[in-house]
Each structure stands twice: as structure tokens, then as C-alpha cells.
Design a protein around this ligand. Structure first.
Ligand code: SF4
Ligand code: SF4
Length: 255
């Protein structure tokens, strides 16, 4: 049996903030209705009831959306067949919750980690099996040995596989599974690589900031994000979890 590549997801923070935001919205809607309540009666006797109905409908929609999202995340399956739910998370909820998190002093990195895990869960829930030539492995340039003079960004196959960094292992992995391997220096190059390769699914490794912006930029192409390891600090001789990348590939690839 294949391992589930989504290990120990940190989705609680995202869900917690989402529930809080819904409750705050509910309170705001009640206040917006209640404050002009007395004045509205003067316009038309039914006006307060009409406005109450309107706010109640908006709130029901917001809570229903949040409920479906949370249920999908917890169950790990796209039970409601809502293909657009990841789009809402990526384009609307993540930027909104980053703002709400900021108000409470929640570190951006923690929210980004939670967002990456939620996104991964939705990608797993919705992604169909794909052919190797439709899967792109997108790695950050910081995985290359800092002292290596070979240009692997232009072409990873330039690597001489000396074993001083994990480029060797990544190339072997890509060869074994017949998938495309690319190395990017940042967002704009990653975007160009995605446009050139037109993958159906991307497995990307990077730090929190790069992964969360990459997931947003690549939408609607699904990106499964795996955080890199930074034993020497950021951007310098970083590591990727080869085993986890392989497990994830196995999950997405057609056998
Ligand atoms: S494996 Fe060796 S040749 Fe290849 S990128 Fe790393 S250091 Fe350079
Ligand atoms: S640590 Fe992050 S920002 Fe630094 S080079 Fe690697 S992916 Fe880019």
C-alpha cells in the first residue's frame, strides 16, 4: 500500500482562523442590521425584515461555504465535487486570512505552512492520475551546492552528478519515473517553466514564502508543495525530502 504523501498536516490554524472570520462577519452583519433598525422602520415598516433576510442569506452562504470547505479538508476527499473550492482557498481565503492573522500577530510563515497543507489536501482530493510527461518536478536553485559552477538552472542535465548535492538524486528520480525536472531561481522563472511545460500537476519544493506564492501563481494548475529543509539557513545549500517527493509522485502517477 502506498503511503499518503500528506503527513501530519497543520491545517488547524487555517481552519481556526476561518471559523473566527466567519463569526466576526456574522457579528458585523448583525450590527449592520441592528444599528439602522430604528431608522429603517421609518422608511417602510417591512424594511428591517427585508434587510434581516438579506443579511441572513449572505451569512448562510458564508457559513455553508466554510462548512463545505472544512468538511472537505477533514475528510480528505472532494465529497461535494466542488472543483472551484481550491480556487476560493487560493485566491480569496488565503489573502484574507493572512490579513486576519496579522491582526492577531500570527507569524506569516505559520499561516503559509497551514495554507500549503490545506492546498495539498485539496489537490490530493481532486487530482486525477496523470501520465509522467504531464508531471513537473519544480525545485529551488538553493538545493544546488553553492560552490558548484555548473548551470543547472538552464538545464538540470548539465549536472555532473558528483554527489555533493541532491541534484544527482533528483535527476535519478526524474529519470526513473520519466518526469520533467526543472530548477527555478524564483517566481518569474518558475512561471515561465510552467508556461513552457504545461504540466497537469506540479510537485514543487521551496520555502514557505516561495511555495505559497507559487501555488497562487500557478492556479488553476494544481501544485503539491513540499517544504525544503534549511540546515544551513535560508537560500544556502538547502535540502529536499527525496523520499517524500517519490511517495507523492507515486500517488499522482498512473501505473
Ligand atoms: S551533484 Fe555535483 S555537479 Fe551536480 S549540481 Fe550538485 S555539486 Fe554540481
Ligand atoms: S530558501 Fe526559499 S527564497 Fe531562498 S532560494 Fe530557497 S526557495 Fe528561494
Amino acid at each position: 500500500m502506498k503511503n499518503n504523501p500528506l503527513q501530519k498536516p497543520k491545517k488547524g490554524l487555517f481552519i481556526g482562523l476561518l471559523v473566527f472570520t466567519c463569526l466576526a462577519l456574522a457579528l458585523l452583519a448583525i450590527l449592520l442590521w441592528w444599528v439602522p433598525y430604528v431608522g429603517l422602520k421609518n422608511i417602510h415598516p417591512y424594511m428591517p425584515h427585508i434587510l434581516a433576510g438579506l443579511f441572513a442569506s449572505v451569512l448562510i452562504l458564508v457559513f455553508l461555504g466554510a462548512f463545505i470547505l472544512i468538511f472537505t479538508i477533514i475528510r480528505g476527499r472532494d465529497i461535494f465535487f466542488l472543483k472551484r473550492i481550491r480556487g476560493i482557498v487560493v485566491k480569496v481565503l488565503f489573502p484574507l486570512l493572512i490579513g486576519v492573522g496579522k491582526l492577531f500577530g500570527i507569524p506569516k510563515e505559520e499561516l503559509q505552512r497551514s495554507f500549503i497543507d490545506i492546498n495539498n489536501q485539496l489537490v490530493l482530493a481532486q487530482a486525477a492520475k496523470t501520465r509522467p510527461n504531464q508531471l513537473l518536478l519544480l525545485m529551488p536553485h538553493c538545493v544546488q551546492n553553492y560552490d558548484c559552477k555548473i548551470k543547472v538552472i538552464a538545464n538540470p542535465n548539465n549536472c555532473e552528478r558528483c554527489g555533493k548535492c541532491q541534484m544527482k538524486d533528483l535527476l535519478e528520480l526524474a529519470e526513473n519515473y520519466h518526469v520533467t525536472l526543472s530548477v527555478a531561481t524564483g517566481g518569474s522563472l518558475a512561471r515561465r517553466i510552467v508556461v513552457r511545460n504545461r504540466p497537469h500537476i506540479i510537485i514543487a519544493c521551496a520555502c514557505e514564502r516561495e511555495l505559497s506564492s507559487g501555488i497562487q501563481d500557478a492556479y488553476p494548475i494544481p501544485v503539491f508543495g513540499i517544504l525544503n529543509e534549511r540546515p544551513n539557513g535560508p537560500c544556502y545549500n538547502t535540502k529536499v525530502n527525496i523520499e517524500r517527493i517519490e511517495e507523492t509522485m507515486g500517488y499522482f502517477l498512473r501505473v
